[in-house]
Design a protein around this ligand. Structure first.
Ligand code: ADP
Ligand code: MG
Length: 689
């Protein structure tokens, strides 16, 4: 049965118990769960146990598996094979090799923290995440830093933020009389993706080089019929999902939900939630396995946030809550939330945090690709706000006003006599909010489908930890804890009420209203990144021991550099496709038309009115294509070299011309005969059988 092979490729608790001594197993568990300090001694036993297990499972190599600032995972494989002093082959995996690896850091982004000649970087074992086997290689999750110890990866700040969130939450819980020993954030990432045919992908340079279609006229059908969402799965897609699940389950990933998404060819997979750092690691694996499995089924899996213009893009909803070691979800409101002081304190801290650090949350989702998605009709706008639902909003209102407000209730519904009665939820959903309370957790909907979720989560953990810390500072000195805590909740909810918005986040009126409320609206990545090193943000991240000033500035540079590179690749791909593919094809077609006109006119009196009109429309748009392409070339030549300025330059000057170039090509696609068009169109790609 499939459940028997669940986790078979993971060095999990069960395997650790089998391959390690009781004492070491217990110590590792304490490190993983409670953040106990790492004892170097145990590495010896763990290395031996891990290797034995891995070799029995057929592994030949090991790798330190890490998450540099490129956003994807990196690995460098070493075999277990070594030579003993007599020149004979032996198997070897030393504790040193488990704990520390050396990687050439100079080829990974460091944001100026390291000159290129200072190449050394270290990968360091992260015992909080299980090792696993893929493709006969033992993968050891690690963090990555430079020779000087500066953080160069996505994982370290997440681990640090979890530690501070644990500390600050425990201070509050202690005041509440709880005997919880530790608190950790839980995360469940819903992963959206597209599956398209390999042959179509291969014929499109834009998909190959940028992961999205830079051209393409809308198909007559698009997603208008709304019949794809939750629709029955194509057999090929079903076969793909089956294999994907098998792979994920073997790696101990609880792949749970799968369905068709709104856009044609779009799908979603959601695993069961887990500890934030494990969920982040697993999401990296999910993305990798999704892409590799697709190839086996003659598909390509697109994780880009906006592969096709005019239909929905893909996000990665990040469900987030806080759990104690005793299994209590601190964001569960209970029957009477207005009296549940623990819930109210954690809720108020989250609301305060999101309001005070809207910019950091926006930065955590800022990429060139996600800019194409945010603010469209399918994703939250670039304004951060919180949806609480009617039930909780009434609770918040009653706390602020001090008046009892009738609370909304769940009710029983009965559709037909011979059907079972069912209970509704207390509150409806709001799909348009970037940060929505969904009953016992917050769903952060802004992250894009391709991002590493560590960033969104370390920001979230840190800002909430900071708010909890400030609450604890105040309440630890209070004479009467309860009344001081209720007063604090009331004060904070009142102070941060502006961030709560239960209406339609997609409407234009919200943009106006949000501005009135003084909320930030940051449409572009360069603008978002410009706030990263604002003094208040540096102070927050340093105060909580998550990132230092130098690391923040480096992240800002890395983010901006990446934006600049992505937009440049896109612009250059557009130029190349125009020169090498579209212009020749359009000229060929118009030549044929012209020849036809001449031929027909020789046979007068046959009319050539239609051909001439088409030819003149083509001429007009070909002119636009050429002029915009030339303008794009000139703009790229004059691009400032400083990424701090270049990002804004690209956003304001280059992207509008790219859009105009696309418009001309997409119009031409409609005018030129299908057989002449050099690449598969949207109908070919999206409506395969
Ligand atoms: P929907 O699309 O309706 O929002 P899904 O079932 O697709 O719901 O995804 C919900 C995600 O939220 C799942 O990954 C689920 O495990 C996760 N989740 C549920 N409870 C929590 C929690 N307490 N903390 C974090 N994530 C949670
Ligand atoms: Mg969801």
């Amino acid at each position: 049965m499939f459940i028997d092979t669940f986790g078979s490729e993971v060095f999990n608790d069960e395997m650790m118990e089998k391959y390690l001594s009781k004492d070491t197993f217990k110590k590792l568990e304490d490190i993983r769960k409670e953040g106990a300090p790492m004892d170097q001694q145990i590495a010896e036993e763990v290395a031996a146990g891990m290797m034995k297990w891995a070799i029995e499972k057929g592994a030949t190599h090991y790798t330190h598996w890490f998450q540099p600032m490129t956003g994807i995972t990196a690995e460098k494989h070493e075999s277990f094979l070594d030579m003993d002093k007599d020149g004979k082959p032996i198997l070897e995996f030393s504790p040193k090799a488990l704990i520390k690896g050396e990687a050439d850091a100079s080829s990974f982004p460091s944001g100026g923290m390291r000159a290129t000649f200072e190449g050394r970087g270290y990968t360091v074992w992260d015992p909080t995440s299980y090792a696993f086997i893929r493709d006969k290689t033992l993968c050891i999750p690690t963090a990555f830093c430079s020779y000087t110890g500066a953080v160069l990866d996505k994982k370290t700040p997440l681990l640090r933020s979890m530690a501070v969130l644990n500390r600050q939450s425990l201070r509050i819980l202690k005041l509440l009389g709880s005997d919880a020993r530790y608190v950790y954030p839980t995360v469940g990432c819903e992963q959206e993706y597209f599956l398209i045919n390999k042959e179509d992908y291969a014929l499109r340079q834009d998909l190959n080089l940028t992961g999205r279609t830079l051209f393409g006229a809308m198909t007559p059908k698009g997603q208008i019929l709304e019949n794809h969402y939750y629709g029955s799965l194509r057999p090929r897609v079903k076969a793909y999902m089956e294999e994907l699940n098998e792979e994920l389950w073997a790696l101990g990933i609880y792949s749970k939900t799968e369905h068709n998404e709104v856009a044609p060819c779009q799908h979603e997979m959601a695993p069961l939630f887990g500890r934030a750092n494990v969920a982040a690691d697993q999401n990296q694996m999910v993305m990798d396995i999704m892409q590799k499995t697709a190839l086996k089924h003659d598909f390509v899996c697109l994780l880009h946030e906006k592969p096709f213009k005019g239909i929905n893009g893909s996000g990665k909803h990040n469900n987030w809550a806080l759990s104690t070691d005793t299994g209590v979800n601190l964001l569960k409101p209970g029957k009477e939330p207005e009296k549940n002081l623990s819930f109210l304190l954690f809720l108020a801290a989250t609301i305060k945090a999101v309001d005070d650090y809207q910019d950091l949350l926006r930065i955590s989702c800022a990429t060139a690709s996600n800019d194409n998605r945010l603010g469209g009709d399918e994703a939250p706008p670039a304004i951060i706000s919180i949806f609480l639902g009617t039930d909780l909003e009434e609770c918040v209102d009653s706390i602020i006003s001090g008046k009892e407000v009738g609370s909304s209730k769940s009710h029983y519904s009965h559709l037909a006599e011979n059907m079972p009665e069912f209970k509704t939820d207390k509150t409806d959903r709001n799909r348009t909010s970037p940060f929505a309370f969904t009953g016992n957790r917050f769903e952060f909907r802004m992250p894009g489908s391709s991002v590493n979720v560590s960033c969104a989560n370390f920001m979230l953990n840190t800002i909430v930890a900071d708010a909890l810390g400030s609450f604890a500072d105040e309440l630890e000195n209070a004479n009467d804890f309860e009344s001081a805590a209720f007063a604090l909740v009331k004060r904070e909810l009142e102070a941060h009420k502006r961030i709560i918005f239960n209406g339609n986040g997609y409407g234009d009126e919200w943009v106006v209203e949000a501005e009135k409320r003084g909320l930030l609206n940051i449409p572009s990545t360069p603008e978002a990144y410009s706030h990263y090193d604002d003094e208040k943000n540096i102070a927050l991240l340093e105060r909580n021991g998550v990132l230092c000033r130098e690391e923040i500035i480096s992240r800002k540079l890395i983010g901006l550099n990446e934006y600049v590179k992505v937009v440049n690749i896109e612009a250059k791909t557009m130029i190349q496709m125009s020169d090498k593919e579209f212009i020749p094809a359009i000229l060929e077609y118009s030549n044929e038309l012209a020849k036809g006109i001449v031929k027909k006119e020789k046979l007068a009196p046959i009319s050539t009115r239609v051909e001439k009109q088409i030819l003149s429309d083509i001429e007009e748009n070909l002119g636009k294509l050429y002029d915009n392409k030339t303008e794009l070339e000139t703009l790229l030549k004059n691009e400032p070299s400083d990424p701090l300025i270049a990002g804004d330059y690209l956003y304001k000057n280059v992207i509008p011309v790219m859009n105009r170039l696309r418009e001309a090509v997409d119009t031409l696609e409609g005018l030129v005969g299908k057989d002449y068009w050099p690449i598969p169109d949207y109908t070919d790609i999206l409506f395969y059988t």
